[in-house]
Design a binder for this molecule. Structure first.
Ligand code: BDR
Ligand code: CA
Length: 315
């Protein structure tokens, strides 16, 4: 099984991704490292600790960054994920969890070094923890197996963002961190919004999951009620896109996706802050800082029917 550290801001679709990774036999979920984003860092970490206890996970939980590296902090996305991050579901008041004493970036560094070339780092939230780990220990870039990111958007103009017309939430919330992660000399695959929006959990699909998958299916159904209200009121859809579980699907079966390679950078300032750009052609330019950059893989399409099937069977 692939050893993965899943960096997450749980988060409704984050929880869907966590339970997917936990359930699949080809994945050994070593840890959840938390980051601000959908919820405050305190609530996100509490949600992760609760999932660990409720679903008897062996993963460590390490709390990470509470705010972005450089830009002004953006508050939790209450309108999408609810006040504490899991929609109408609230972790019981008397619940007490036990996180690893180390901050997430240190946990990542230690674990990558303890298992050289074995760890797959997956991020489904802002990339602050990965950037902090690279800054403190750049040598980890040579020691990970691969890095898989849900974030950014590389499609046509109207499919380039969900926070602004040109920025997807995970990159929008810490563009400087994302730029550091994409420019580092390690192999990154980025599954952006235009690809995650190809897969759709319909209301019916989620009902079936509840009926077929006992406690896990029921939990996913329960937390998705709030998310589906957001989708129906603000997006006009009866169901939800499959953002974070798509990154896990890539780890399990990369053949479900087609990708293309080229350096990727992030706009860090101004109205288009958080926009992701990939250079594809080989022509030279007058100032070509990009030619020395690592070519990263960017998802361009997915077999959505197979992805939905893989998720259902796994859960
Ligand atoms: C991403 O933003 C968050 O709201 C989701 O959890 C997902 O990681 C989608 O843009
Ligand atoms: Ca997320």
């Amino acid at each position: 099984a692939k050893k993965i550290i899943l960096d997450t801001d749980p988060g409704i679709d984050d929880a869907m991704a966590i339970l997917f990774a936990e359930a699949h036999p080809d994945i050994e979920l070593m840890a959840l490292t938390t980051v601000f984003g959908n919820a405050t860092i305190e609530n996100g970490t509490r949600n992760a600790l609760y999932l660990k206890q409720r679903f008897k996970m062996t993963a460590d939980i390490a709390q990470g960054a509470s705010q972005p590296l450089v830009r002004d902090p953006v508050g939790p996305t209450e309108v999408v994920h609810g006040v504490t991050g899991l929609g109408d579901f609230h972790v019981p008041d008397d619940f007490v969890g036990h996180p690893d004493p180390r901050p997430a970036y240190q946990y990542i560094i230690d674990t990558v070094k303890a298992y050289p070339h074995e760890i797959t780092l997956v991020a489904v939230g802002p990339l602050t923890n990965f950037a902090l780990a690279l800054q403190a220990a750049p040598e980890i870039a040579q020691l990970v197996a691969q890095v898989v990111i849900m974030g950014g958007a590389f499609g046509e103009n109207d499919h380039r963002g969900n926070v602004t017309p040109y920025a997807e939430a995970n990159i929008h919330d810490d563009p400087h961190a994302a730029d550091i992660v994409f420019c580092a000399p390690w192999p990154v695959t980025i599954i952006g919004l235009d690809v995650t929006e190809e897969s759709f959990f319909s209301a019916h699909y989620l009902e079936q999951l509840r009926n077929d998958a006992a406690d896990v299916g029921e939990f996913i159904f329960d937390i998705s009620r709030y998310y589906l209200r957001f989708y129906s009121e603000k997006v006009g859809l009866n169901g939800c896109h499959v953002h974070d579980p798509s990154a896990i699907a890539y780890v399990i079966n990369s053949a479900l996706f087609t990708t293309r390679k080229g350096p990727v950078r992030v706009v860090c300032d101004g109205a288009a802050s958080g926009m992701t750009l990939q250079k594809l052609d080989q022509r030279r330019y007058q100032t070509d800082e990009w030619s020395s950059m690592p070519a990263q893989a960017v998802g361009i399409s997915v077999d959505a029917a197979q992805l939905l099937d893989l998720y259902r069977k796994t859960i």
